[in-house]
Write a protein that binds this ligand. Structure first.
Ligand SMILES: Cc1ncc(COP(=O)(O)O)c(C=O)c1O
Length: 398
């Protein structure tokens, strides 16, 4: 078997199960899981109906490239959402549907990395675990950029040694970030584009949380927007990853897209043709409807906004807590060790949170996730409020 498989870390949820093993939480309290970042709001009915009414499509093999109607609905959405020049996103060359961003983020490294060149894949730390696994299985070394409170939870790109940029073939950016919710601004993205030109690498911008934000007037910017503002309408070296999972509460649909540099996407399509990951025809039909509707997305955001306000109101009396710029996580600084906090909270209150150190690696003498826990506010309002009250009660016992 491929020896690189041995380099993969146990997934954070395996570590969490081990942490909780043998503990019996109070029987009178129902379990509340804030540990898993799975959207739980109701998906729009009209999308399910579209899916069902296209089940006859199961009689055909879909194309890896997807239907042109799907790619066009994505191109239209992108143009509107990121104020791109009309016509600059070509559905034929700049867009590829993917079965959720997870598989695409993984596959992308396999297609991009040139193994013979002593490659580095640069990524934030803490980070979405797929980036590391993708780098390792592509035969590259991950290089972690610590994202700490001191730098507003964004990687300090200025601190990266030149020797690292010289070996970098792929950079994963995550904005809004999982787990911290930090948003990279246009200037930062443009600095990265300049670095990508100088050192010849590709930027993979994971924007799957881009539609979950709190200030309706100030949506998180995207990498293609940053490129276009430089007059770079061909999106050279820039590829973005988007998903219906969080935007439309459809994690089970497995539908997203990549968009950007046409030359890169042409090669990625070749890779994907062999990988065999075309979207089922009913999924494509439902996805078209989802990208064409914004009303349900605005309502979804509004619900998150109300939940965050309610939870923060309860927590702020007992712990330092700030509303993130985007995403659906709270990244809480724990009074002591994060694993201990998570274990005790489960033991005393039957609430599961994810220790931050499970989402990060020791790098440059420090584990930037240690001393934090991640709370996913994905459940309905009542459950989130109840969890906040229990965390508050727990904090008072410390
Ligand atoms: C940062 C980040 N990227 C990508 C994904 C994958 O989402 P999906 O494959 O559902 O699009 C997730 C899911 O939790 C995530 O947190």
């Amino acid at each position: 078997m491929n020896h690189d498989l041995d380099r993969l870390q146990p997934y954070p949820f395996e570590k969490l199960n081990r942490l909780k093993a043998g503990i019996t939480p109070p029987a009178g309290l129902a379990h509340i899981a804030l540990s898993i970042g799975e959207p739980k709001h109701q998906p729009p009915k009209f999308i399910a109906e579209e899916l069902i009414s296209h089940l006859h499509g199961l009689a055909n093999y879909p194309l890896t490239k997807g239907r042109v109607e799907l790619r066009q609905s994505i191109a239209d959405w992108l143009t509107h959402r990121f104020s791109l020049r009309p016509g600059s996103v070509d559905a034929e060359r700049h867009v590829l549907p993917v079965a959720g961003t997870r598989e695409a983020l993984f596959a992308f490294a396999q297609a991009v990395v040139e193994r013979e060149e002593n490659p580095l894949v640069v990524m934030p730390n803490p980070f979405y675990q797929i980036y590391e696994g993708a780098a390792l299985l592509a035969g590259a070394e991950p290089w972690f950029l610590n994202a700490t409170a001191g730098n507003s939870f964004l990687p300090d790109f200025d601190a990266v040694p030149e020797a690292v940029w010289q070996r970098c073939q792929l950079l994963y950016l995550c904005s809004p970030g999982n787990p911290t919710g930090a948003v990279a601004d246009i200037a930062t993205m443009q600095k990265l584009i300049a670095l990508a030109d100088r050192y010849d690498f590709i930027i993979a911008s994971d924007e799957c949380y881009s539609e979950l934000y709190f200030d309706e007037q100030n949506p998180p910017p995207g990498l293609l927007q940053a490129a276009a503002a430089l007059g770079r309408d061909d999106f050279h070296r820039c590829v973005i990853f988007h998903s219906l999972s969080k935007r439309s509460n459809l994690p089970g649909l497995r539908s997203g897209f990549v968009a950007g540099d046409a030359q890169v996407l042409e090669r990625f399509l070749l890779y994907r043709t062999y990988q065999g990951c075309a979207l089922p025809p009913p999924t494509q039909a439902a996805s078209i409807k989802a990208w064409q509707d914004e009303k349900h997305v605005v309502e979804n955001r509004d619900y998150y906004r109300r939940k965050f306000a309610a939870v923060i109101e309860i927590l702020k009396a007992v712990i330092e807590v700030e509303q993130p710029a985007g995403g659906f996580y709270l990244w809480l600084k724990t009074p002591g060790d994060d694993t201990e906090f998570a274990r005790e909270l489960f033991a005393k209150q039957n609430v599961t949170v994810l220790p931050g150190s499970y989402l990060s690696r020791e790098a440059h003498g420090h584990n930037p996730g240690a001393g934090y826990v991640r709370l996913a506010l994905v459940a309905e309002m009542d459950e989130c409020v109840e969890a906040a009250q229990r965390i508050s009660a727990f904090m008072k016992t410390l």
